[in-house]
Write a protein that binds this ligand. Structure first.
Ligand code: 5RP
Length: 243
């Protein structure tokens, strides 16, 4: 699988040009892109500033020699490159397997172009089809309320627990995460808006109509093929609302 992830990552990195501000996603696939960007920076072939989406990515990008800045320092990002847990035929995503989806959505929304890189195992006919839960980050005092709300929407909620720590995972932003299993999601845009409107929800892992391009690494692993799927971005955050 690594070869497919790397192939998709390299195809995305080829679209990065000197002078760009680049959003850096989180996860194993995004890590291949960060390493490739770092190599080009160290060789003097690329001059970029990266905007990390997690502490994990920040540490890796720093080690790779990529100059960094934060979302509070910039108005716009040229390209964001990130992985995903599920991708449907319309380019809608479930993200947040690494619990970084709130920052990832912000960094995607700031970007002129949002490129998603996946291996072929991430492609699904319908979101939730692999029974992948939708992660919902919640302020701690709202946990019981949000749990009831998502159950009313048909989801089964489980607080995400850590490994190497007893009890809940706390995100980089300081909140617990509820994994919500909705099963196959017939209307992901509607569900996304419903989750957005629950008081106490910080953010969730449904990324609907946000990406401009999905790059899929396809087998065979010995000589992976890359499929580039363009999508007209249907959703932008503008003037105080998602349009
Ligand atoms: C982290 C994410 C990741 O992009 C997603 O989980 C995919 O990870 P990987 O590339 O390791 O499969 O959303 O919050």
């Amino acid at each position: 699988m690594d070869a497919l992830k790397r192939a998709a990552a390299l195809a995305a990195v080829d679209q990065v040009e000197s002078g760009m501000v680049v959003g850096l996603g989180s996860g194993t696939t995004a890590a291949f892109a960060i390493q490739a960007l770092g190599e080009r920076v160290r060789q003097g072939r690329l001059r970029i500033v990266g905007v990390p989406t997690s502490y994990d990515t920040r540490t890796l990008a720093k080690a790779c020699g990529i100059p960094l800045c934060d979302t509070i320092d910039i108005d716009r990002i040229d390209i964001t490159i990130d992985g995903a847990d599920e991708v449907d035929p319309a380019g809608n995503l479930i993200k947040g397997g690494g619990g970084a989806h709130v920052m990832e959505k912000l960094v995607a929304a700031l970007a002129r172009r949002f490129i998603v890189i996946v291996d072929e195992s991430k492609l699904v006919p319908i979101l939730g089809g692999r029974n992948y839960p939708v992660p919902v980050e919640v302020i701690a005092p709202a946990l019981p309320f949000v749990t009831r709300c998502v159950q009313e929407l048909g989801g089964k909620a489980t607080i995400r627990n850590g490994s190497g720590k007893l009890g809940p995972v706390i995100s980089d932003l300081g909140h617990p995460i509820v994994n919500v299993d909705f099963g196959p999601i017939a209307d992901p845009l509607r569900l996304s808006r419903q989750l957005d409107s629950i008081p106490g929800v910080v953010g969730h892992g449904l990324f609907i109509g946000m990406c401009d391009q999905v790059i899929v690494g396809r087998s065979p692993a010995e000589s992976p093929k890359v499929e580039v799927r363009p999508f007209p971005r249907t959703v932008r955050y503008s003037g105080g609302e998602w349009l």
